[in-house]
Design a protein around this ligand. Structure first.
Ligand code: BTN
Length: 253
């Protein structure tokens, strides 16, 4: 595409009016040998998937729904950090559109404290090695209305700025940011080369947060993430606790 200035991320783009889920579509293309960086974009998903087995729905044409197929050579244990790499990339792309954006650790991209983007990363293994990693991204770009039960949790770029955005530009920007961040990531298999970038966009940084750990909730000051992608929280006795993603959620106070 002439919109995307990258070496491999989104060099091959497949567009569809409708598919079941762009993640599933990428999985099928992976079986047929599609190459690293292949991107699938759909106007509508009949079976969009969210995290934790939830469904993800969006009206036709208002969001960017896409998935990128990756064929990393690193060990499977590192793959989950790619969700943070993509979250950072989406946030950087949105910032380039002059929207004030931050990252609610681990991977919600938020504007005015409301979510504008969801990310679903899936990995396929073969003989203990990574066959593919698929990162699916749904961004509320030109969405004019949020469904009632999500109104205080979700928003769109249009609802926040009153402007409509060229979705291909959004896609191109994300691919450019992601390619750069991914190449940093594979050098070290951790986030050390993008820590400052990530922490600069971290919501609630240096502010009090509550860690909603089911068994043992606590409060502290969010300091930033470390190279493994854990959130560092300073608690009242001065100790630093590491919060693992997936286990808990964080709330600003
Ligand atoms: C979340 O629960 O926050 C993650 C939502 C991920 C949605 C995107 S839309 C494009 C891709 N295809 C899917 O079926 N899901 C992801």
């Amino acid at each position: 595409s002439d919109e995307i200035h990258t070496k491999w991320a989104g060099k091959t783009v497949h567009f569809a009016k409708e598919t079941d889920s762009t993640n599933e579509w990428c999985k099928r293309m992976s079986k047929e040998g599609a190459e690293h960086g292949t991107l699938a974009v759909a106007e509508f998903q009949s079976a969009g998937k969210g995290r934790l087995g939830r469904r993800w729905t969006a009206p036709e044409g208002s969001s960017v729904m896409m998935s990128i197929l990756l064929r990393p050579e690193f060990e499977p244990q590192y793959a989950s950090m790619l969700t943070l790499v993509m979250g950072l990339s989406v946030a950087q792309a949105v910032k380039e559109l002059d929207v004030e954006v931050s990252i609610k650790w681990p991977n919600d991209v938020v504007v005015s404290r409301k979510k504008i983007c969801g990310i679903l990363t899936e990995m396929g293994l073969e003989n203990g090695k990574i066959r593919e990693v698929i990162i699916g991204i749904g961004i509320n770009v030109n969405l004019e209305e949020i469904q009632d039960d999500l109104k205080d949790k979700a928003t769109s770029l249009y609802l926040e700025t009153g402007k409509k955005y060229d979705r291909n530009r959004v896609i191109g920007l994300i691919m450019e940011k992601f390619e750069k961040n991914y190449e940093k990531f594979v050098k070290t298999c951790d986030l050390s080369l993008m820590l400052d970038d990530y922490n600069a966009m971290l919501a609630n940084r240096s502010q009090p947060v509550r860690i909603l750990d089911k068994l043992n909730p606590y409060e502290g000051i969010a300091i930033g993430i470390d190279r493994e992608g854990e959130l560092l929280v300073k608690v009242s006795d001065g100790a630093i606790r590491k919060v693992c993603s997936g286990e808990v959620s964080v709330r600003g106070l």
